[in-house]
Design a binder for this molecule. Sequence first.
Ligand SMILES: [Zn+2]
Length: 132
Amino acid sequence: MTDRICTFKKASGERCGSPPLRDGDFCLWHDPQHADEVTEARKIGGSRRKRERTVAVAYDFEGLTSTDSIRRLIEIAVVDTLSLDNSVNRNRTLAYLAQSAIKLLGQGEHTRIASRHCNQALKPRLVAGGRR
Ligand SMILES: [Zn+2]
């Protein structure tokens, strides 16, 4: 039963390959009876991505792929949290954000020290050789 696949054929002639709906020959994306839902889902997906880009630009946020952009996310959260009324929860959140920032800074420091050590690992021999 699990080897049933959607009977939709792509422009290349290849079969879709997705599992079909329980009561049909097509998957959700290719079933003509669900065409309206699929169109609606695509529209929602499109406007969601657009909103995501707008918010990312407004906050100058570039994703979670670099320590700089993660730092930016923490900054945004700190500023937003600071603007809330004083409460135990606000202070807990700020403490948590501060810990996250310390970890992030520590990691940056590690990377910096590690690369300095790598450079120094080569230098002492040259310096020591020069002194003798
Ligand atoms: Zn399909």
